[in-house]
Design a binder for this molecule. Sequence first.
Ligand code: XIL
Length: 323
Amino acid sequence: MEIPSLKEVYKDYFPIGAAVSHLNIYTYEDLLKKHFNSLTPENQMKWEVIHPKPYVYDFGPADEIVDFAMKNGMKVRGHTLVWHNQTPGWVYAGTKDEILARLKEHIYEVVGHYKGKVYAWDVVNEALSDNPNEFLRKAPWYDICGEEVIEKAFIWANEADPNAKLFYNDYNLEDPIKREKAYQLVKRLKEKGIPIHGVGIQGHWTLAWPTPKMLEDSIKRFSELGVEVQITEFDISIYYDRNENNNFKVPPDDRIEKQAQLYKQAFEILRKYRGVVTGVTFWGVADDYTWLYFWPVRGREDYPLLFDKNHNPKKAFWEIVKF
Ligand code: XIL
C-alpha cells in the first residue's frame, strides 16, 4: 500500500514536526522530507551548546539543522531560552541584575541570529513545580529572579524578533493541577501585556498516563486565554510506568496496538481544535533513536514514535492518517 505523507494529510490542520540533531538529520533525510514540515533542534539551541562560555557562541550545530530546514521548506521551532537543565553554572553567578543582563544578551544574540528563520520559540521551559504546594520550580533562575525572569525573557525575545511566536513550554500539562498553574501563569503574563502567544504541551506519554481526555481538557482551558497550543515533544512510551521493570528487545503486539489507539485518540482531539492547535512535533523521528533509550532508565529499549527501527510506518502511523 502506498504510504501517504503525514504533512500532506495534515496540511489543513497543522505542521508536523520532529526533534532532530545535526548528527542525525541525514540518517532521517528521506522520512523528514516526505513526512515533516517542521524541525526542532533536540539539544543544539540549549544554553550549554550554543553559549558554552561567557560571550562565546557556537551556532554551528544548530545552523546545520536550520539550513537543512530552510533548504527543504520546513519551519523551525527554537528550543529553548530559559531552562534549569543544560545550562552552565556560570550563568547563575553574581547578582540578580547581573544574571538578568546576561540573559538579555543571550536572548538578543540567539533569537537575533535566527530572526526570520525560527518561527516559534520555547522561551521558557519547565518553570512550574511538580509539587502541588509550590508554584515555580526550585531552580536558580526562579530562586534568584522570581517570576520576573519569565516576564523579561518574553519581552526580550519579542524585541529580538517581533515576528516570532513565543511559547511557554512544559511537561505534564495534562495534569489538572499543573494545567491550572500554567493557566494562571499565562493569564498573569497576558494581563501584564507580556508578549506570549502559545502554550507548548510537551506530550511525553506512557501507555497509562495521561488520558486523551486530559489532553482535551488542557487544550480547552488554554484556549480560554486566547493563546495557541502546540504539542512540542510528542512520544508515547510502550511502558505503563516510567519505572516499569521490563526491557523489551521486541515490542509486544498488544503494547504497539495500545500505543496506536492512544495516538489515534490524541490526533482526533488535535484535529478537533483546528485553529487552536497550531503545531504537533514528535520528540524524534523513528524508533532507532529516542531519548527514552537513556531516560529515565539508561539502556532500556523503547519504541515511542510513528516509524520503527527500519523506518517503516507503525500501526500508530496508519491510525492517524485515516480519518
Ligand atoms: C532531552 C534530549 O532529548 C536529550 O538528548 C538530552 O540529553 C536531554 O534533553 N523535555 C525537554 C527536552 O524540554 O529538551 C528534553 O530533551 C526532553 C524533556
